[in-house]
Design a protein around this ligand. Sequence first.
Ligand code: DGJ
Length: 741
Amino acid sequence: MMIEFYEKTKEFHIHNDWISYIIQVFENGHLGNLYFGKKIKRNRDFSHLLQTGERAMAIYPKEQEYDISFQHTKMEYPVYGTGDFRFPALEIEQENGSRITDFRYESHKIYTGKTPLKDLPSLYVEKEEEAETLEINLWDEVCQARLTLSYTIYQDAPVICRNARVKYFGDRSIKIQKIFSTSLDLPDSNYEMIQLSGAWARERYPKTRKLQQGIQGFGSTCGCSSAEHNPFLILKRPYTTEDQGEAFGFSLIYSGNHMEQVEVNTHDITRVLQGIQPETFCWPLHNEEEFQSPEALIVYADHGLNQMSQVLHRLYQRRLVRGTWREKERPILINNWEATEMNFTEEKILQIAKKAKDLGVELFVLDDGWFGNRENDTCGLGDWYVTNFQKLPNGVKGLAEKIVKLGMGFGIWIEPEMVNKDSELYRKHPEWLLQTPNRTLSPGRNQYVLDFTNPDVVEYIYGMIKKILQSAPISYVKWDMNRYITECYSLTQSPETQGTVFHKYILAVYRFYERLIQEFPQILFESCASGGARFDAGMLYYAPQAWTSDDTDAIERLKIQYGTSYAYPISSMGAHVSAVPNQQVGRTTSLSTRGNVAMFGAYGYELDLNWLSLQEQEGVKQQILFMKKYRRLLQYGTFYRIHNPFTEQKAAWIMVSEDKSRAMLGYYRILGAPNQGWDRVYVKGLDEDKLYRVNDDDNQVYYGSELMYAGFMLEYTGERGSNRDFTSELYYFEAIENEEV
Ligand code: DGJ
């Protein structure tokens, strides 16, 4: 039993071997949060964990009862306007204009398993026994609405999965103005908050700040999760490091506008809210209609940030990603974007593909530029068929067949949500754009966003995409999204439902993806939004990997991949070796360093390999052989961050196999400096008692304990020395029998 209800004390205790989450039903039917954190033993009563008592100026729910003031206590799912002056988790506007709600406990249900969320991505179970779920129903008599709070706990992970839904039973209507997926009140504020923020080409940089009284937070109003702020947040103790101390990880399984907020009140109670961005949301409900929030996860770790990330990585790889590509090694691909952009011919593509095949690449991806009159980024989007037979004389089919005949898989780029004004689609259907009447429509990359809340639009686009996927042997699709949403308004929605458009839009994207993966289950999908602007857990449910960033410089990627790893698994990060000087920053790094960074990811190349010298081509061949040999370990091992490229002139990380018998250490020097001290890496994650051989060299044999506590000594001079910029090494550790020493 992982979820218990103590009838006498009216407490729910959700627990497994790692965590306890305790909720109390107050006498008046409101819910308070008693505890969330490391597992605590069952006591006959936990109510003392709720700090209560009379305070000057406080507002109380009842006359003469100065016990619980909503203002000073930890609420489970707070509402607006009745004495809790903090930001609420739920706000409902009723027909008379009131926003006061009063949801009280009505019933609950505890069951084995986990129910998938309707139309939304969520973690799943394979066997019912893996998880238990608690659903608490609360009722507001005046509002005539039921609020259901759902909590799932897995047997083998320190995680709580949460969501909320509201169903209306009245005969008028209500409007949901805010509905967060997670609301968590913690009893003190001695935390640092880490967010993953950035911009195009420098996505997901970790930013840390100490919590202060008042509100601190971030979010997105761009129509997607965004490059600016990822839907992910960490609260950690000031003393927490990568390897020790407490941390909470909050992750929203959602790809639309989101909000993450931490509020500390005057008594140092911390409230975390995570969910749909209220600024761009308003959802009306009529009789018997229901609104379902996205799912949010809260991970608790008491062994530092590495542990927190590892829990998320495993859950995402095993219980979020689905289908053929779940836990499968990802093909080594070559993508033509940085080599040709839109300026290619079939001949040119085949030249790139042939060379790639010779060197061992497994899949060719034809990027932007194959459809309609797509000569540059002002035209063609929306016409998902070949019209330019000078570029592709035999269409996609002809090219795909030739590439498959070479012995490679074939993949294709699409951007189904977008349209250029210079396209057949726009000429026929200018009304299919998201657009506000009588307002200028702001362009972005010369393109506009299609109104995916209109089923006619979706059907039309789906039809074209389906046709192209059916027409050729396509085993991979890169789905891009290259602009944010502005002037968000749908000509097919009523004035009353304009506040639903952003959310309906992303639901339609999810439905589109779902249809595609059901219809083409063998295809590997990669999500992309000008690089990593929609790199979120919602997308991973449909596309098991994402293009991490348009910045392919190895040194920039150290930071981007390091930051991304706080929330997302290595197997989900598309990472390619590109040409030098690098297109985004002009930096020149060695082929070896470019490979050594990208190998911790879904590996590929993004250049014309014919440009390389014969020696470099041989280097590529060796990289590919190496990647094929160690791919499972590199993509599905347990990942530990060791040296932080944001704070040091170096980076290091390691992937360790589940049984700890194999590990790959990546060590990267950023700027070298002369006459440095000796360098050593304190390796992580190994078995103390196992004996490891390094790089198959019998002269380098060390116990795990030595490697972790005394350190692994690095060589000092030459290409491997600490005095060279942008150098790197990979070290492979393999456990050997003790007798072999
Ligand atoms: C943005 C992507 O991130 C790139 O990789 C490339 O696909 C371009 N779009 C194509 O327009």
